[in-house]
Ligand binder design. Structure first.
Ligand SMILES: Cc1cc2nc3c(=O)[nH]c(=O)nc-3n(C[C@H](O)[C@H](O)[C@H](O)COP(=O)(O)OP(=O)(O)OC[C@H]3O[C@@H](n4cnc5c(N)ncnc54)[C@H](O)[C@@H]3O)c2cc1C
Length: 545
């Protein structure tokens, strides 16, 4: 019999993560993906079980290990995962998290997949790394399909398959395939032109790659898109894990990284010893080729960070609804209600921003939304990822001492949050991308300003903020030191516009008042919403049940 201890909240798990999320349901309707509700209802139920939470915990307490040689002394460079990792991968691939919009393209498919990814992020994040990279590789591989080797057809077919298959086999023998990316070298990951790894032509259209990668996540993937120098310039190559003849490709895993978070996922350091690879795109256009993939991985960083914020916020609200202090539930104590409402605003704003960007990836997205996304995506990558770090820290405190203890997932979310800010373009790098787009892409700037103009009159502080963006965007071209300021201003402006358009007034008004009013207290720490904010309703909306 379970002992009931007074004042200890019941477990959070055992609920349907989609059914309890009003804002997510609304955003699917608004972004043309209402057809996906039945599937997402099932997905939210599968993720929310105590079994899935336990698998997430187990996979992170038992990180992967490197097995360099087999028992005969043969070099194998294998990574061994706990079965909990495989169970999570199987679940996500069966749902199509790595491929659904490419496998069954239809209007709203990118938004539906973003919702799926957002829900997964609320439970476990390490598994999302190979799923993201695989999803993001498809547009590049599709564009260059004709240049791939003879069995290339099987690469795309296997990437779009949903039957998880971790075996190290030639692609023709696999049920499905996962793809990774190898860009970062010891001497630096932001400045990829400084890469030292070299590729030289070999037989039959294949190339031989020699060098290293300092970060090479998910080395168990069936292939990686790798950058390497050629005589023409920096090229992009598809490097398989196993050669077509069944022998291992010459990718030596030196060690696995001992990471702050993201511990269920393997991130490695590798050496290539004339590893077999095939060029993707022109051999001097590697950065441009892989950047198409990076756009999608950045989108996933935004969605995952929004999901982590949602998880942290809902765990905090759940705790406060069941925990008393001074003879009153925490959720009813005005200062705690203020903190929770402020977290909920940040969480909902990031959801709308993320799905706005996913919508821009749809084949039928309007041109203006797609153009504006060239500025808004790096801005959101900067801002939403940064906010996840602050939100997870504050949410942890709402649970008091329990929040700091590893038996609940908040410490894991807290350790996970910074990686989305570091990889796929660290903070400064993506802000400089915002500056570059502001300088070189006037149609993106015009589209962004038009988008904000379409909500003019809804909130005076948003109107003022939108007007102030014009000189900021112009000025950043000559003053890169302002790039963070500009990226933040863009991300908050678009978040506010999304809330004005789609969320109830009490949410959008509170967000605009808190994030766009020049108030010395606003934003420095959560829990400083003004008295005008309807904090109780904001918290009620954030977690149903
Ligand atoms: C867990 C994990 C997994 C990873 N997995 C992969 C992977 O699978 N494949 C892969 O290729 N990479 C991977 N990375 C690497 C990641 O993408 C890089 O760490 C990142 O791109 C930054 O590169 P760097 O570490 O060399 O830092 P640096 O390039 O040295 O940058 C250091 C700092 O300087 C800033 N900076 C750089 N240029 C400027 C500038 N002009 N002005 C102002 N500031 C600047 C950056 O924003 C950053 O904050 C992974 C990283 C982590 C942490």
């Amino acid at each position: 019999m379970t002992t009931i201890f007074p004042n200890q909240p019941p477990p959070f798990e055992g609920r349907n993560l989609f059914a309890i999320d009003v804002a997510l349901q609304r955003s699917l309707e608004r972004h043309g993906a209402a057809w996906a509700v039945p599937e997402l209802m099932q997905w939210g139920a599968a993720l929310g079980t105590s079994e899935t939470y336990a698998q997430a915990d187990t996979a992170n307490r038992n990180p992967p290990t490197l097995r360099t040689y087999d028992r005969r002394g043969e070099r194998v460079d294998d990574v061994a995962f706990h079965p909990a990792w495989d169970a999570l991968m199987r679940l996500a691939m069966a749902a199509g998290e790595h491929c659904a919009p490419w496998r069954a393209p239809q209007s709203g498919a990118q938004v539906a997949r973003a919702a799926m990814y957002y829900l997964h992020a609320q439970v476990e994040n390490g598994t999302q790394c190979p799923l993201t990279m695989t999803y993001a590789s498809v547009p590049v591989l599709t564009r260059h399909a004709a240049e791939l080797p003879r069995d290339a057809g099987s690469w795309l077919t296997k990437i779009l398959a949903t039957d998880y298959d971790p075996r190290a086999l030639p692609i023709g023998h696999k049920r499905s395939a996962l793809i990774g990316m190898g860009m970062t070298e010891r001497q630096g990951g932001s400045d990829l032109r400084a890469n030292l790894t070299r590729a030289v032509p070999d037989a039959d259209g294949a190339w031989a790659v020699t060098g290293h990668k300092w970060f090479f996540s998910a080395p168990q993937c069936d292939a990686h898109l790798v950058l390497a120098q050629t005589d023409a310039g920096l090229g992009c190559f598809l490097m398989p894990r196993v050669r077509p003849d069944g022998t291992r490709n010459a990718i030596r895993i030196n060690r696995l990284k001992d990471k702050l978070g993201n511990r269920s996922n393997a991130s490695s350091e590798v050496e290539f010893e004339r590893a077999l690879a095939w060029p993707i795109g022109a051999t001097d256009r590697g950065i441009a080729t892989i950047l198409e993939m990076v756009q999608y991985t950045r989108l996933d960083c935004v969605i995952a960070s929004a999901g982590i914020m949602r998880a942290a916020t809902t765990h905090a609200i759940h705790h406060a609804r069941h925990r008393c202090a001074f003879l009153r539930l925490l959720v009813d104590q005005p200062l705690m209600t203020n903190v929770l409402a402020d977290l909920a605003l940040e969480s909902e704003a990031s959801l709308w921003l993320a799905l706005r960007l996913a919508r821009a990836c749809e084949a039928d997205a309007v041109d203006a939304a797609r153009a504006a996304a060239r500025i808004v995506t790096p801005a959101a990558k900067y801002w939403v990822c940064k906010r996840a770090i602050a939100v997870t820290a504050e949410a942890m405190e709402a649970l008091g001492g329990n929040g700091y203890v590893e038996e609940n997932p908040l410490p894991r979310f807290y350790r996970e949050a910074p990686v989305n800010s570091i990889w796929e373009g660290s903070g400064n790098v993506v802000c400089l991308d915002v500056a570059r787009a502001a300088r070189k892409e006037p149609d993106a700037v015009d589209a962004l300003l038009d988008e904000l103009a379409s909500v003019r009159g809804a909130h005076a502080s948003l109107d003022r903020h939108a007007a102030s963006l014009v000189p900021l965007l112009r000025g950043v071209a000559d003053d890169p030191a302002t790039a963070r300021r500009v990226a933040q201003a863009v991300a908050i402006a678009v978040s506010a516009a999304e809330l004005v358009r789609h969320a109830p007034d009490y949410v959008s008004n509170a967000y605009c008042a808190a994030r766009l009013t020049p108030d010395i207290c606003a934003g420095a720490a959560f829990g400083s919403l003004s008295r005008a904010a309807d904090t109780r309703r904001i918290v009620e909306r954030a977690l149903i049940g």
